[in-house]
Design a protein around this ligand. Structure first.
Ligand SMILES: CSCC[C@H](NC=O)C(=O)N[C@@H](CO)C(=O)O
Length: 662
C-alpha cells in the first residue's frame, strides 16, 4: 500500500534541467539535481543518456556542475564547474573523458557559446570594480579581531534576491581560445553585457563566419530604472567594437544569426508600459534593417529562439493555456507549429523550462505532468507525444502515490471570463466523500500554473486536501487581454476568478464547506491577504512572502518594479491608488487565522512586508503567527530542509485549524 507524498519527500526529490542534445542527436547531457541531506545542500551533476534511452549514467563525479554545451562537431563539452574552488569553464573530450580547466577569470563565467569552428568560446563574466571608498580604512591593532566592516552602496540595485548584496563591477564579454586557454576581454563599457543586473541574463551568440558576436545590453545611463530597454548589439571579435543594431524602446533580447548569415532573430516588443506584453519573435538583416515580427499575429509570448539548420525558420518555447511547448515558426511568420508538449521542470506547476535541438530537428527537454515528476524527453515534428528517455525519482515513486489531477474551466462571477484551473485529488479519492480544500494561488502576477508536477501541492493532496490551483486574470498563456485584466488594477477582480473556481469545486459536491483554506506565495501572498479581507469563509490562511504595502515594498525590494507598468507612476503622484491596491488598507476586515511565512534573506518581497501584515493582524486581535526562515531568499527552496519545513509549517497550520480530522 503506497502512501501519499509527504514534506520529507523533499529530501529524495530529483529534477533535471538544461537538457542538451548532441548535434548529431545521438546522445543527451543534462544537469541532474538531488539532495545531500547530511550537508543540507542540492547537488548538481552532469548526466548523460543515449537518444534511445540506453546508457543513462552520471557523466562526471562532480557535485556542482552546470550549463553543459556541445561543441559544434560533438566531440567536446564545455560546462561550468567549481571542482577547484570558484566556478570556471571546463571542457571534456567526450570520447576519452579527458577534462581541462579552460578559464581563470575573476568571477564565474556565464553563457558559454562555442564559435562555429569550435576553436573559441564566448562567455560573460563580472569584472569587479573597487569597493566605494568613503572613509579612511583603519587597520586593526596587531592580533585584534574586529567585527565585520561597514559596507557602502551607491547603486539603485545593490542587492538581488538569491544573489545577495551585489559586487560592484560590470558584466563583460570574453573570448577564450579552446586549445591554449588564452582569454581576451572584448568589451570594456560601463554597462552589463546581457542586460539585467549582470548576473546571468543574456547568452552571446556567434555569426556563422566567426567574425561577430551578438549580445543584448542596456547602455542607457538610467539602465536601473528602464531596466528592460535592452538593444541587440554586434561585437567585432577582433577589435571589440560594439555597434547597436536596434534602437526601439522595449526589450530586444536573445539575438541569434541564421546559419546562412542573412538574418538576425531576436525577441522583444514595443514597450507600451503595460503590466504584460507578449514577447514577439523578430528577424532583421545583419545590419539591423528590414526588421519584422514573425509572431505579431500570435497572441502569446515566445522565447528562447533557435534557428533551424536550413535558416528557413526557428524553434521557440511558448506557453498556451497552461501548457509549455516547443513550437516552430517559419521565416514567413505565423502561429507556431507544435513540436513538443508538456515541458515542466519537475518541481513546480509554474511555466518555464528550456530545450535544445539537434541538427536534424529532434528537440530535447524536461517533461512533467501534475501526477508524475517526468524526466528527460525528446520529440520531433510529427511525434504525437514526448518520448521519456531518462526518468528519475525512483525512491519517491516507489514509496508515494500521486494525487490525480483534473483540469476544468469556470466562468468568472465578475464578468464571465473563462478561467482555467486544476484540482489535485488526494490519492484514493472517493467522490462520495467530502474533503477539505486548499485554494493555492500563484505569484508573478504575470506568470502561470499548469499541469506540471509540483511536490508542494502533491504533499498537501497526500495529507488529504483537495488542492485547487487557478490561473486568474493576470496569468500568462492566455494572451494580452487576459493578462492585462489586472492592468493598474491588481489585486482586485482577480479575487473573483479564484473564488469562482472554488465555488465550481464546491458545486461538485466533494468539498466539506466548513473546511476551506487559502494560501499563496509572493503575488499569491498578495491575493491570499486580499481575499481574506473580503470573505470569512476560509478557516485558515497562509500568506507566504507577500507584498502588503506597495509603497514600502517598492523602496525595500531588490528592484523597484512596476511603477510605470503595474501602476501609472510613482507613489508620490498616485498615493491613493498605491494605498487602495495594498492589502494593508483592508486589514481591518480580516478575521481569518493567518500564518505569515517568509525567508529572512528575501530581497524580492522583504520580511518587512510580512511583518506589517503580521503586526497589523495581531494589533487587531486576529489569530496570527509569523514564521521567519533563516537565510532563505524568495520561495524558501534554497536549503532542502527549509523547503521541507515550509511544507510542514503550511500543513501544520491548516491541520491545526480543522484540516485534518481524527
Ligand atoms: C507582486 S509580487 C512581487 C514580485 C514578484 N514575485 C512573485 O510573485 C516577482 O518577482 N515577479 C516577477 C515575475 O513576474 C517579476 O519579474 O516581476
Amino acid at each position: 500500500q503506497l502512501r501519499g507524498v509527504m514534506p520529507r519527500d523533499a529530501l529524495v526529490h530529483e529534477t533535471a534541467s538544461d537538457v542538451q542534445i548532441a548535434p548529431d542527436g545521438r546522445q543527451l547531457v543534462y544537469v541532474r539535481q538531488n539532495v545531500d541531506s547530511l550537508r543540507d545542500k542540492r547537488l548538481r551533476t552532469l548526466w548523460t543518456v543515449n537518444a534511445d534511452g540506453s546508457a543513462h549514467r552520471q557523466l562526471l563525479p562532480g557535485s556542482n556542475e552546470t550549463a553543459p554545451r556541445w561543441s559544434p562537431d560533438g566531440t567536446q563539452l564545455v560546462f561550468r564547474s567549481d571542482r577547484e574552488g570558484g566556478a570556471q569553464l571546463w571542457t571534456m573530450q567526450v570520447a576519452s573523458g579527458a577534462l581541462k580547466r579552460l578559464t581563470s577569470v575573476a568571477r564565474g563565467p556565464l553563457g558559454a557559446a562555442w564559435s562555429p569552428d569550435g576553436k573559441q568560446i564566448a562567455f560573460t563574466s563580472l569584472v569587479p570594480e573597487p569597493a566605494l571608498s568613503i572613509a579612511q580604512q583603519i587597520a586593526p591593532p596587531a592580533g585584534a579581531t574586529w567585527a565585520p566592516p561597514a559596507r557602502a552602496f551607491d547603486k539603485l540595485i545593490y542587492r538581488f534576491d538569491g544573489a545577495g548584496e551585489l559586487e560592484r563591477g560590470w558584466s563583460q564579454l570574453f573570448v577564450v581560445d579552446v586549445a591554449s586557454g588564452t582569454t581576451r576581454q572584448l568589451t570594456k563599457g560601463a554597462y552589463h553585457v546581457g542586460g539585467g543586473n549582470g548576473r546571468g541574463s543574456g547568452v552571446p551568440s556567434w555569426s556563422p563566419d566567426g567574425k561577430t558576436i551578438l549580445i543584448s545590453a542596456n547602455r542607457r545611463p538610467d539602465y536601473e530604472i528602464e531596466s528592460t530597454d535592452t538593444e541587440v548589439m554586434a561585437v567585432d571579435v577582433v577589435s571589440g567594437d560594439v555597434r547597436a543594431l536596434t534602437t526601439r524602446f522595449g526589450p530586444d533580447n536573445r539575438p541569434m544569426m541564421s546559419p546562412d548569415g542573412q538574418w538576425i532573430a531576436f525577441t522583444g516588443y514595443d514597450d507600451r508600459r503595460l503590466g504584460y506584453q507578449n514577447h514577439e519573435l523578430y528577424v532583421m538583416r545583419a545590419d539591423g534593417s528590414a526588421r519584422r515580427s514573425l509572431t505579431a499575429s500570435y497572441d502569446r509570448s515566445v522565447g528562447s529562439p533557435v534557428w533551424a539548420p536550413d535558416s528557413r525558420g526557428l524553434y521557440v518555447e511558448l506557453n498556451n493555456e497552461g501548457e509549455t511547448q516547443v513550437g516552430y515558426v517559419p521565416l514567413a511568420g505565423g502561429v507556431p507549429r507544435t513540436i513538443a508538449r508538456h515541458l515542466g521542470n519537475g518541481q513546480t506547476a509554474y511555466e518555464g523550462s528550456g530545450y535544445s535541438v539537434s541538427r536534424a530537428g529532434r528537440v530535447a527537454f524536461v517533461t512533467s505532468r501534475g501526477n508524475h515528476p517526468g524526466g528527460v524527453a525528446t520529440a520531433a515534428i510529427g511525434d504525437s507525444s514526448p518520448k521519456v528517455l531518462a526518468g528519475m525519482n525512483a525512491v519517491l515513486l516507489a514509496n508515494a502515490r500521486m494525487g490525480e489531477v483534473e483540469m476544468f474551466w469556470t466562468p468568472s462571477s465578475h464578468d464571465g471570463w473563462r478561467v482555467q484551473s486544476w484540482l489535485i485529488k488526494p490519492p484514493g479519492f472517493d467522490a462520495s466523500k467530502k474533503y477539505p480544500i486548499l485554494l493555492e494561488i500563484h505569484g508573478g502576477p504575470f506568470l502561470g500554473y499548469g499541469d506540471r508536477f509540483d511536490l508542494e501541492k502533491q504533499a498537501l493532496a497526500g495529507a488529504g486536501y483537495l488542492v485547487l490551483y487557478v490561473n486568474p486574470r493576470g496569468s500568462t498563456s492566455y494572451g494580452e487581454k487576459f493578462a492585462n485584466g489586472i492592468h493598474h488594477d491588481y489585486p482586485n477582480f482577480d479575487r473573483l476568478d479564484l473564488e469562482s473556481a472554488v465555488d465550481a469545486v464546491i458545486a461538485k459536491g466533494i468539498v466539506d464547506t466548513t473546511r476551506l483554506y487559502v494560501a499563496g506565495g509572493s503575488g499569491g501572498g498578495v491575493l491570499t491577504a486580499w481575499i481574506t479581507s473580503y470573505t470569512h469563509r476560509y478557516r485558515a490562511a497562509v500568506v507566504e512572502y507577500p507584498v502588503i504595502n506597495w509603497t514600502s515594498w517598492l523602496w525595500t525590494a531588490d528592484t523597484p518594479r512596476g511603477t510605470t507598468t503595474w501602476f501609472p507612476g510613482a507613489p508620490w503622484d498616485h498615493e491613493a491608488q498605491y494605498a487602495k491596491r495594498s492589502p494593508l488598507s483592508r486589514v481591518q476586515f480580516v478575521k481569518t487565522p493567518t500564518m505569515v511565512l517568509t525567508g529572512e534573506l528575501d530581497y524580492r518581497t522583504p520580511m518587512s512586508e510580512s511583518e506589517q501584515w503580521y503586526s497589523a493582524l495581531r494589533f487587531r486581535g486576529v489569530e496570527a503567527v509569523l514564521v521567519k526562515v533563516p537565510g532563505e531568499p524568495h520561495g524558501i527552496r534554497e536549503s532542502p530542509s527549509h523547503w521541507l519545513q515550509k511544507m510542514a509549517y503550511v500543513q501544520g497550520w491548516l491541520d491545526g485549524h480543522g484540516g485534518r480530522q481524527p
